[in-house]
Design a protein around this ligand. Structure first.
Ligand code: PGA
Length: 242
């Protein structure tokens, strides 16, 4: 299966930032990637990004509400995201779990909503530093997978992102052995070939190594996805289909 290099812009980007997506697309047109490429800008930019048309770069969202519509001020449904051209949505990112108190059950409901709307759900799991130091990382991730991945997950409707919380935005990454070990564990928990992305301080300097590890089906990139040149360098390090 092809790897996926996905960019999560988080709460960054104004209209002018669309140019970065255009630049990514231009680079990928001259040097086609052997992976899938997705950018998840803030919801305010999804329509604009889709309408500006950037061949080779799919556009996704960062969160959705479980319901298709209703009295939920400020929220966006998966159907709305699909309607403006998104093809995927990240659910259960640790920043949503931490700052919005999202539980595994809510994340599972959001993933089901994504499927209902025809979006691929990118479901995030990952342990804190304390949990890793206590030797609990695998137990925590297994528990999150059990609670957050609904029945019916397939290689086309679901992608898992393993993002150790202590590696997000810190410049720290687990060792290659730790990444391989956790991805193998997640593979066993899932019991299927669903892609498992690694996320947390992926950058041009470590992408080649990380993307060549077994069971790593791509990367979820935060900070380094805001810049077209850094992001396309990471894309170049993706591995051909296995
Ligand atoms: P980072 O973020 O690459 O900036 O560490 C990754 C993420 O939160 O998805």
């Amino acid at each position: 299966m092809r790897q996926l290099i996905a960019g999560n812009w988080k709460m960054n980007g104004l209209t002018e930032s669309i140019v970065e997506i255009a630049l990514m697309s231009r680079t990928l047109t001259t040097k086609p990637a052997h992976c899938d490429v997705l950018i998840c800008p803030p919801a305010t930019l999804i329509s604009h990004a889709v309408q500006s048309g950037a061949p080779g770069v799919a556009i996704g969202a960062q969160d959705c509400h479980p319901e298709p519509s209703g009295a939920f001020t400020g929220d966006l449904s998966a159907e709305m995201l699909r309607d403006c051209g998104a093809t995927a949505v990240i659910v259960g990112h640790s920043e949503r779990r931490q700052y919005h108190g999202e539980t595994d059950a809510l994340v599972a409901a959001k993933a089901s909503a994504a499927w209902r709307a025809g979006l691929t759900a990118i479901i995030c799991v990952g342990e804190t530093l304390l949990e890793r130091e206590a030797g609990q990382a695998k137990i925590i991730c297994k528990r999150q997978l059990t609670g957050s991945v609904p029945r019916g997950a397939t290689t086309t409707n679901t992608i898992i992102a393993y993002e150790p919380i202590w590696a997000i935005g810190t410049g720290k990454t687990p060792t290659n052995e730790e990444i391989s070990d956790m991805h193998a564990h997640i593979r066993i928990c899932l019991g299927s070939r669903i892609r498992i992305l690694y996320g947390g301080s992926v950058k041009p300097s470590n992408a080649r190594e990380i993307l060549s590890l077994p069971n790593v089906g791509g990367a979820l990139v935060g900070g380094a996805s805001l810049n077209a040149s850094e992001f396309t360098t990471i894309v170049e390090f993706s591995q051909p289909s296995s």
